[in-house]
Design a protein around this ligand. Structure first.
Ligand SMILES: [Zn+2]
Ligand SMILES: [Zn+2]
Length: 148
């Protein structure tokens, strides 16, 4: 497997994760697993939320892809695993650290238009507290209407 092909697989996997996460958010989290996502739409009281279980659900298959990919020398599998892992880190930094300020000692004031656009989109998402009629389900991409 050439390095160029693996870079292509990494990029396709990374950006596909935004589509997959959008669909999971729209149809699973705001669907039959709303019971786990609901507390993320309520005012925060505890350090952890039931919603955090989704991170575990995503992390387990990702870790398996990386471990089995490396162990069995399946470069495609480990590359996809690392792409999903990288997406997870980006999601965590943007959603949990910057937007929801889960680590109060990290005072980050986003100024970049891309970050402000994401924040405005996620504010719109959290403005609706119910399972239905949710808007802006993406995490790393926000529609033009949220631009400054
Ligand atoms: Zn939601
Ligand atoms: Zn949120």
């Amino acid at each position: 497997m050439t390095t160029l092909v693996l870079i292509f697989v990494f990029l396709v996997s990374f950006f596909s994760m935004e589509l997959i996460t959008w669909a999971v958010h729209k149809y699973v989290m705001h669907g039959f697993l709303w019971v786990l996502h609901q507390d993320h739409h309520e005012n925060r009281h505890d350090r952890f939320e039931k919603n955090d279980l989704f991170a575990v659900l995503f992390a387990l298959p990702t870790a398996c892809m990386i471990i089995f990919g490396l162990h069995l020398h399946l470069e495609i599998l480990s590359t996809i695993g690392f792409a999903v892992f990288t997406y997870g880190i980006a999601y965590f930094l943007l959603h949990d650290v910057i937007f929801h300020k889960r680590f109060s000692f990290l005072r980050i004031k986003p100024k970049h238009p891309y970050l402000i656009r994401l924040i405005r989109a996620h504010v719109a998402h959290h403005s609706i507290k119910e399972k239905e009629n949710a808007v802006s389900m993406g995490f790393l991409y926000a529609g033009k209407k949220y631009a400054l």
